[in-house]
Write a protein that binds this ligand. Structure first.
Ligand code: NAD
Length: 251
């Protein structure tokens, strides 16, 4: 199947690398125009240039977007509408990891994780709904985590933020159902990206030992789930949780 996102415009936060970059590549392959918003300007600009070389038309734009800042979101949505004529899909993908437990987490670290992982998702949804209403609907995909579903005995702020994303998704789904804007969450397991590559080797091996299929996931394996939720194929899904974790949360 091709062109599953023909004529659609998507804004992907944290789109410069990792899962966000995999989603951008797949979305372009499926006919979408994509706006990558990130704080890694060099990586984002490089990826947008690559995508524009591959596509038949100018299909990608990079913008500096710090998801914790309302003004950045407003500018990103305005630029998306100016460049591509509207906005249909938001992937709230940007995120940071903190492995610290409750006693080890400082107030500053707590706030930073909450500002990016939790407040950033709220600000993103708030910023895009007016643009989506102009298109008579849309699809918002919020990237939570298996750590938004179960505990792990560490990563206190990360769990708090990702658990919040799960329920924020459900309340947004109810709030925007009448606008034909669907809102779903995705819960990746351990996926090979720079985020996981930054984890200490022993701890990473320990986490991997809990995965029934005995391997980390690839960013593309998340991107295909996000593509499904972005496309009309999931038109009867809203407020749902898509778990893609190699069986991690089954036991
Ligand atoms: N990799 C995993 O195992 C895993 C598992 C579950 C959930 N997740 C979630 O998936 C999402 C993508 O993570 P990834 O694995 O690709 O990691 P990554 O670190 O490779 O990518 C995260 C991206 O978010 C960007 N970002 C960070 N702070 C930002 C900010 N303030 N504003 C805008 N962008 C910002 C980073 O620059 C980076 O490009 C995150 O929300 C993460 O929490 C990852």
């Amino acid at each position: 199947m091709a062109n599953r996102l023909a004529n659609k415009v998507a804004l992907i936060s944290g789109g410069a690398r990792g899962q966000g970059a995999a989603e951008a590549r797949l979305f372009v392959q499926e006919g979408a125009s994509v706006v990558l918003g990130d704080v890694l300007d060099k990586d984002g600009e490089r990826l947008a240039a690559q995508l524009n070389r591959v596509g038949a038309k100018e299909c990608a734009l990079y913008l500096h977007l710090d998801v914790s800042k309302a003004g950045d979101w407003e500018r990103a949505v305005a630029a998306t509408e100016r460049q591509f004529g509207g906005l249909d899909i938001l992937v709230n993908n940007a995120g940071i990891l903190s492995l610290a437990g409750i006693e080890q987490t400082s107030e500053d670290d707590w706030q930073r994780v909450i500002d990016i992982n939790q407040k950033g998702v709220w600000l993103g949804m708030k910023a895009v709904v007016a643009a989506m209403r102009k298109r008579s609907g849309g699809s918002i995909i919020n990237i939570s985590s298996i750590y938004g579903l179960i505990g792990s005995g560490g990563s206190a702020a990360y769990h708090a933020s990702k658990g919040a994303v799960r329920l924020l998704t459900k309340t947004a789904a109810l709030e925007f159902a009448g606008d034909n804007i669907r809102v779903n969450s995705v819960h990746p397991g351990i996926i090979t990206t720079p985020m996981v590559e930054g984890i200490d080797r022993e701890l990473r091996a320990g986490i991997l030992s809990l995965v029934p299929v005995r391997r980390e996931g690839r960013p593309e394996e998340i991107a295909y789930g996000v593509l499904f939720l972005a496309s009309e194929e999931s038109s009867y899904m809203t407020g749902s949780e898509l778990v893609i974790d190699g069986g991690y949360t089954v036991a």
